[in-house]
Design a protein around this ligand. Structure first.
Ligand code: ADP
Length: 383
């Protein structure tokens, strides 16, 4: 009997998300869950304990960690640097190289590594695969990936644009092509991944040519709690004039900016409610958010030349008709016409929300990063 299940682990600093998928049944989801509060009094003591809980929950579904059906464990890893551009079978050497990338992702890579270490300890015989959030963007041309700073400094410290949410951009751009009845190689797509973190990408014929996040996930769009683009001199100003330390600036821009910084809420639902009550701060936050979005859509139209589709995904992109409509408002001269009625219909299916005459299709495509990670991992280990 062939093993066809893939366990996807997304290990954060205090949580462990998992999904078990059956690749022989169109990646059907067999089990899914999250173990939270790792290291807190109410939660498991550490990641080893957390993975044991995952194993128990899986066993309750009749597919424990020791199941012969398990073909691989796939790990989401945030930063692959320039070294990892494809799903990679994990070895001691690969672990060491992911460790090496910690300075580029000091919050994420250590947590991802912990997940890898405990999973390898519990199932040393099983193939473990790392799938990197940066990988899909590794095809960006130098013109898009380089910052215009001193080349020697940039090369010495690995300072360049890497991009994140890659598995989502890969999955959604491909699904969008299929929704149009085309092969991914035939279409140019702008993907707008709007979750708590948010990023845009320009995908030409299935290949990423630009994306909005940079060295870290801080660059680009306005996000739930991140500022996105700003004049780098704001940072000098905050340190020299406001007296903040580098760590304080880091926290301010990553955790207390974006929608939260602008209006005190980072959830688009709450912002919508407040706007309906005439709240000015909430309206301003919404407007700053969609203005940035529209700017990136325009920029990526220019980068791609011909655009076949704009695809919205993740929590805000899939659910907020108001954000979709406002972001594309006035872009008819670029061939982008959203249909107000179609756009307002709620749903969880992949769908088109553009008018029949729109030159550019506008799509809502729910993302599924776990499925993409499982598929990439399985294609590496399948017999
Ligand atoms: P994460 O980046 O944490 O994976 P998600 O993709 O789940 O985030 O998106 C979470 C965000 O989606 C929430 O913070 C909220 O702003 C937004 N969201 C979820 N549901 C809705 C909705 N019905 N309308 C508007 N925004 C929504």
């Amino acid at each position: 009997m062939t093993a066809t299940h893939v366990l996807v682990l997304n290990s954060g600093s205090s949580s462990l998300k998992y999904q078990l998928l059956d690749m022989s049944a169109d990646a059907a989801r067999k089990a899914t869950g999250i173990v939270e509060r790792i290291g807190e009094p109410a939660g498991p003591a550490d990641h080893t304990e957390a993975l044991r809980r995952v194993a128990d929950e899986l066993a309750a579904h009749g597919a424990g960690l020791d199941s012969p059906d398990l073909a691989a464990i796939a790990h989401r890893v945030v930063h692959g640097g320039t070294r990892f551009t494809d799903p990679t079978l994990i070895t001691d050497e690969v672990v060491a190289e992911i460790e090496h990338l910690i300075p580029l992702a000091p919050l994420h890579n250590p947590a991802n590594l912990t997940g890898i270490e405990v999973a390898r300890r519990l199932r040393p015989d099983l193939p473990q695969v790392a799938v990197f959030d940066t990988a899909f963007h590794s095809t960006m041309p130098q013109a898009a990936a380089r910052y215009a700073i001193d080349r020697t400094v940039a090369d010495e410290y690995g300072i360049r644009r890497y991009g994140f949410h890659g598995t989502s951009h890969a999955y959604v751009s491909r699904r969008t092509a299929r929704l149009l009845g085309k092969d991914p190689s035939e279409v140019n797509v702008i993907v707008l991944h709007l979750g708590n973190g948010a990023s845009a990408s320009a995908v030409r014929g299935g290949v990423c040519v630009d994306t909005s996040m940079g060295l870290t996930p801080l660059e680009g769009l306005v996000m739930g709690t991140r500022s996105g683009d700003l004049d780098p001199a704001v940072i000098f100003h905050l340190t020299r004039v406001a007296g903040l330390s580098p760590d304080q600036v880091d926290t301010l821009l990553n955790k207390r900016s974006g929608l939260l910084g602008l209006c005190g809420d980072n959830d688009m639902r709450e912002i919508g409610r407040r706007m309906a009550e005439g709240d000015e701060a909430a309206r301003l936050a919404f407007e700053v958010y969609v203005h940035r979005l529209r700017k990136y859509v325009g920029a990526y139209c220019a980068v791609l030349g011909r655009v076949d589709a704009v695809a919205f995904t993740a929590g805000v992109g899939e659910n907020s008709a108001a954000v979709r409509e406002a972001a594309l408002d006035g872009l008819e001269p670029l061939g982008i016409e959203i249909d107000a009625v179609r756009n307002a219909v709620r749903g969880s299916a992949e769908r088109l929300v553009s008018t029949d005459t729109s030159r550019v299709a506008v799509a809502v495509v729910p993302t599924d990063e776990e499925r993409e990670i499982a598929q990439q991992a399985y294609s590496l280990v399948r017999p």
